[in-house]
Design a protein around this ligand. Sequence first.
Ligand code: S3P
Length: 429
Amino acid sequence: MDSITIQPAASARGEIIVPGDKSISHRSIMLGAIANGVTTVRGFLRGEDNMSTMHAFRDMGVEINDDGETVRITGRGLHGLKEPGNVLDCGNSGTTIRLITGLLSGQSFFSVVTGDQYLRKRPMKRVVDPLTRMGARIAGRGGGTLAPLAISGGPLQGIDYQSPVSSAQIKSSIMLAGLYAAGETTVTEPSLSRDHSERMFQLFGASLVRNASGVTVRGGVELAAREVSVPGDISSAAFFIVAALITPGSELLIKNVGVNPSRTGVIDILQAMGGDIRLLELRDVSGEPVADILVRYSSLKGIAISGTVVPRAIDEFPAICVAAARAEGVTTIRDAMELRVKETDRITAMADNLRKLGITVTETEDGMDIFGSERLLGGTVDSSGDHRIAMSMSVAALVASGPITVTDISCVSTSFPTFFQLLGKVAAK
Ligand code: S3P
């Protein structure tokens, strides 16, 4: 099992570019594959999760060329995918398996989707139930609640689905099925989760209407290939934003980062904690807002985090926990039950790891209380096979009183293969 030992740093300084947005990269392949014409994607994230999506569509007869710069997807139209000859392996990627299950529900062929030991433990009932209501026949382990899932696609009927959780994976899975369904498919959610699907559906010419509580897709409308430029992933930038905020003397410019408001909860939270974070050169690229982010070392204060900001920052909580561990006072996190069903249980994993470094943490069912401290000890912590736990604990190491060893770090390549090189580049000795 790979591990890394990281030394404390004097500061985090410089100018960096983080790799492409994972959510947008997944969606560019999926919509490109079922559009008419050739879609070109620049800035595509070549992490393992996105490669799982790419392989799955190649397995369904889609020609996808990657010259290392641009990914070219020759779309097969709404009804041109072929029955895959084997099980589709989604690896560690929740977005791949849940979104693809929606898409496969509308195909006139049989398919099986599965993933690694972590993905096979994650809940699938949340997509299987609404897709079944639309007419899909899906069987799986645990009474159809766990992968592998076997999908007998066929004619679907539009539904009006009120999702009990704010989840872009649930919403997008149903929207993709909705492209194939008779009539209209509406999904509403308690508060807005990331809206990359809505934006990219519109870019590709889907018939889609949005309102305050949800989105409606009309089925049977062909999509047109597009040029997509993927901005840097704010979830990857978040580790460097926190690194600069907590390490004295830091100043970092992170260029070309996606700042879609449904993703910028992390910036709102860290600014509320006192973080000096500025968005510069705000612009629009392929229907998504993009900016350069300037971050300076700041003395942070603990705050209360709950409600609608939670889905807008859902992937950034491991990084936010590290900021909270260094803040003055207590940070409370609530309404974040979803963290328990991510790549690992991120509430327990972060609480255990921070305690190992001498931080007091109390777990609740839907969050935790983190008692910030000026002193973070060195030691050994474990990723639990979760990329974001591995990266946030590596950032914590910059300000610890001794080296921190993070074990089981190979998972980092699911979303950010160049993370450790970049961290080494900005961390001054
Ligand atoms: C994602 C949605 C979120 C997020 C995941 C990516 C997406 O999951 O945690 O990393 O691309 O749709 P949920 O929909 O389960 O919240």
